[in-house]
Design a protein around this ligand. Structure first.
Ligand SMILES: Nc1nc2c(ncn2[C@@H]2O[C@H](COP(=O)(O)OP(=O)(O)OP(=O)(O)O)[C@@H](O)[C@H]2O)c(=O)[nH]1
Ligand SMILES: [Mg+2]
Length: 340
């Protein structure tokens, strides 16, 4: 374990990247002995994490995420940053993982020694995939990557998962997005700290229209959703909309200026730290919930009772709350009436 740790923390570019890949593979393993090693490794790495800026990026297939991340990554490397790119793609066990094919779209970034690109873990549930990605993020940070990008295509609840593990959540949109604001997935707009209209080169007029429309809908969301936004307050960040062309590399500097301003404000007003604390606690509870549920389903007594109980509840023979109490009591070996 020590050599792996040393290579991640102090290795040269090649050794470091190899050690990172090895560590992340260990984290993704489902073997119990691997999990014990992975937990020890993460705990040892933890003091070296937290210094990176964590950037979440989402947008529908084809909006230009890979093209954008390639342009942004190279721009940041030119400024002396080290860039890691991770992905959450809950469907990747089926599709084989789009970011792999993406390496061809991130042609220069993927081979750059100051970059590290890792496809989405391909295991089952979104919660499980998100957990692995959070842990991989810590490995990248300990290895000295100071910008960590987490991308998702936004299947199911994956935007929420990405927003829940990053400092800033960016939503990429097409120039025609403003024409049908209803089509933008409900709830996702609320998560966005910054909306980026890509492919502005294709239709500059539409992009400008979309920028105005989304700006006003964000303002409305702010007024209704967050009372603080009702008053203009210079110490708070107000979600913005910008236009870029990832393909032509236009607007990348503007984008990074907005990110830097966001980071400055959120650091000064304490929200960056507060967001991370909330995220860490929410992650712990999310994993406890998932772990308890799994243990519950595997309990022999529960397994014996469950099929009949489910049928009884579905058919209206037993109240759902009574069934839950009976099953919980079975797991804890108690009488049902002692369960709250
Ligand atoms: N004209 C124009 N085309 C772009 C721009 N950005 C990306 N594209 C093109 O749009 C297509 C899709 O881009 P990708 O970067 O692969 O999009 P993606 O969001 O990563 O797509 P998935 O990985 O499938 O989710 C490619 O053909 C790009 O060349 C842009 O700013 N302008
Ligand atoms: Mg892509």
């Amino acid at each position: 374990m020590q050599p792996l740790l040393d290579a991640i923390l102090h290795g040269g570019p090649m050794a470091r990247r190899r050690a990172m890949a090895k560590a992340i593979t260990l984290l993704e393993s489902t073997r119990a002995d691997h999990r014990a090693q992975a937990d020890a490794l993460l705990t040892a790495l933890l003091p070296h994490t937290g210094k990176a800026f964590r950037l979440g990026i989402s947008g529908v297939p084809g909006v230009g995420k890979s093209t954008f991340i390639e342009a942004l990554g190279l721009y940041l490397i030119a400024q002396g940053h080290r860039v890691a790119v991770l992905a959450i793609d809950p469907s990747s066990s089926v599709s084989g993982g789009s970011i792999l094919g993406d390496k061809t779209r991130m042609e220069k970034l993927s081979v750059h020694e100051m970059a590290y690109i890792r496809p989405s873990p391909s295991s089952g549930t979104l919660g499980g995939v998100a957990e692995k990605t959070r842990e991989a993020m810590l490995v990248c940070e300990a290895a000295g990557y100071d910008v960590v990008i987490v991308e998702t295509v936004g299947v199911g609840q994956s935007e929420t998962a990405v927003a829940g593990m990053t400092d800033m959540f960016v939503l990429l949109q097409l120039p025609n997005a403003g024409d049908d604001l209803q089509a933008i997935k409900k709830g996702v707009m609320e998560l966005a700290d910054l909306v980026v209209i890509n492919k502005a080169d294709l239709d500059p007029k539409a992009a400008t229209r979309a920028q105005a429309q989304i700006t006003s809908s964000l303002r409305l969301l702010g007024l209704h959703g967050n009372p603080e936004h009702a008053h203009h307050d210079d110490t708070l960040w107000h979600p913005k909309v910008i236009q870029i062309s990832a393909l032509r590399g236009q607007g990348i500097d503007t984008f990074w200026a907005e990110v830097s301003e966001f980071r400055r404000l959120q650091t000064a007003n304490g929200r960056l730290a507060a967001r991370r604390q909330q995220q860490a606690l929410a992650w712990m509870w999310e994993r406890i919930d998932a772990g308890l549920k799994q243990a519950f389903r595997q309990h022999p007594q529960v397994r014996r009772l469950l099929p009949a109980m489910e049928a009884d509840v579905a058919q209206g023979r037993v109240p759902a709350s009574t069934a839950a109490r009976i099953l919980l009591a079975a797991q804890f070996g108690k009488a049902p009436e002692t369960i709250e």
